[in-house]
Design a binder for this molecule. Structure first.
Ligand code: NDP
Length: 419
């Protein structure tokens, strides 16, 4: 019998939880625990009578390791799914180790307070040594490798779409399509329209931090960093049409550079409309994206957290969003001595997602892989003590599960390449 503790009850977690409840033969019991318990209770009430999964709820502050340990000890799950924020990754991993429970998440660790001197010292050293300046990187979680191995536990990192499915696509391409992969372009297109002049599709703080940072890509064994949004391409996406996309730093580039032997270049592009970029630049220029607290009328506020309170809740975009997402990877390389190109991708319809789980496609395309990653661990299909990213496991059963539970993959052997 599988008993799973799910931490977080936001946009992505709500989809993952609903998907777990569709597979109640594996997810027999789940506990939804988050900072705001009323959200967990509301989702549990919505699912009551519609699933055989037994649902309980709890309040937890996942920044507090002792609180997470106490919850794990009382609930006794086999797996903790961390679908809160990347800020909580390390406290939850520590709690899992203390209680000897498997762990998974959807995004790699980044600190909430980037002004913390202890963290800054490590960060500055890493920026110099590695050559990219994103606030997140895998080193913090990879440092748990030996501890998880010794405990006989598995930690699965980044089982969303990107990171997550994109890495499974890379492992799949390496396993079935290529003897040698030379280049990987990850293309993330959101052709959805929610009708607001400005809103983010997932947690605004994490999203705006990511897209306002310098871009970077991996080439010939090193990182090349570029000013934010300074490399732009146009691409004609199937079922979406032509969109401008921009080169961003993205976390899976780091693990893929390590795990795809001999790869020469890895880039990540994401589409943005002009309105989004203009709003973002303006907010950045006036200091609204800052994470450094300021004093306002005697009270400390963090500008980006205040902005989050003003922006539409990503979970509320569902009923308004029309259009499709198209996310996937384009490869060049060699098979049987001959040059080859290959594209593997998924197209997801915002309105279809809303019909099924009352959520837009960004949360859907992240929540489904979160459930499928948990499924791999709970069924023992993926079992490897240590700390691993998705491409380090067999991609076939995961892609099969994604196909079955709503994210069908498509393929092309003659994609238009990105310049
Ligand atoms: P939301 O902001 O919608 O939800 C976050 C949830 O975590 C909320 O329920 C929030 O509680 C809870 N939470 C935050 N802090 C704590 C805490 N200290 N203790 C307990 N619970 C806490 O975020 P999303 O659902 O959009 O994103 C969830 C995760 O998915 C993030 O890590 C994000 O980076 C990742 N993601 C990954 C993607 C991928 O493709 N791999 C794509 C999109 C997102 P409260 O309600 O009180 O705020």
């Amino acid at each position: 019998m599988s008993r799973v503790l799910i931490i977080g009850c936001g946009g992505v977690a709500s989809v993952a939880i609903q998907k777990c409840c569709q597979v109640s033969e594996v997810f027999k019991e789940i506990c939804i625990a988050s900072r705001t318990k009323s959200k967990c209770d509301a989702l549990a009430a919505k699912l009551a009578g519609k699933t055989a999964t037994k649902i309980t709820t709890a309040q937890v502050d996942a920044d507090n390791m002792e609180a997470v340990i106490a919850l794990i000890e009382s609930y006794k799950p086999e797996l903790v799914m961390n679908i809160a924020l990347p800020y909580q990754d390390l406290t939850i991993m520590d709690a899992c180790l203390a209680c000897k429970v498997n762990y998974m998440d959807t995004a790699n660790y980044e600190p909430e307070n980037i002004d913390d001197p202890a963290w800054r010292a490590v960060y500055d050293k890493r920026c110099k040594e590695k050559g990219f300046s994103a606030y997140f990187d895998y080193s913090w979680q990879w440092a748990y490798m030996e501890k998880f191995k010794e405990a006989g536990l598995t930690a699965l990192l980044g089982s969303g779409f990107d990171p997550g499915v994109t890495q499974a696509y890379c492992a799949y391409a390496l396993k079935h399509e290529f003897d040698q992969i030379d280049t990987i372009d990850i293309l993330d297109c959101n052709g959805g329209d929610h009708g607001y002049p400005f809103a983010t599709n997932f947690n605004p703080e994490i999203n705006l931090r990511e897209v306002s940072a310098p871009g970077s890509y991996w080439e010939d064994g090193r990182w090349i960093e570029i000013p934010a949004m300074s490399i732009k391409r146009e691409y004609d996406f199937e079922e979406v049409g032509k969109k401008d996309m921009y080169l961003l730093h993205h976390e899976e580039i780091e693990s893929l550079a390590k795990n795809i032997p001999g790869v020469k270049r890895i880039r990540f592009f994401m589409t943005f409309g002009q309105s989004y970029l203009t709003h973002m630049r303006c907010l950045e220029n006036v200091g609204m994206l800052s994470t450094t607290p300021i004093l306002y009328e005697g009270k400390e506020i963090v500008p980006i957290q205040f902005l989050k309170a003003l922006l539409p809740d990503p979970a509320s975009l569902g009923p308004r969003t029309k259009g499709k997402t198209n996310i996937g990877c384009i490869f060049t390389g060699k098979k049987d001595g001959k040059p080859k190109t290959y594209y593997i991708y998924n197209v997801c319809d915002h309105e279809e997602c809303y019909k099924e789980v009352e959520s837009q496609a960004i949360s859907y395309t992240t929540g489904v892989p979160a459930m499928c990653g948990a499924l791999m661990l709970l069924t023992g299909t993926w079992k490897k003590p240590g700390v691993y990213t998705v491409e380090e496991f067999d991609p076939d059963p995961y892609i099969e599960a994604l196909d079955k539970y709503g994210l069908l993959h498509r393929e092309s052997n003659s994609p238009v390449l990105v310049e």
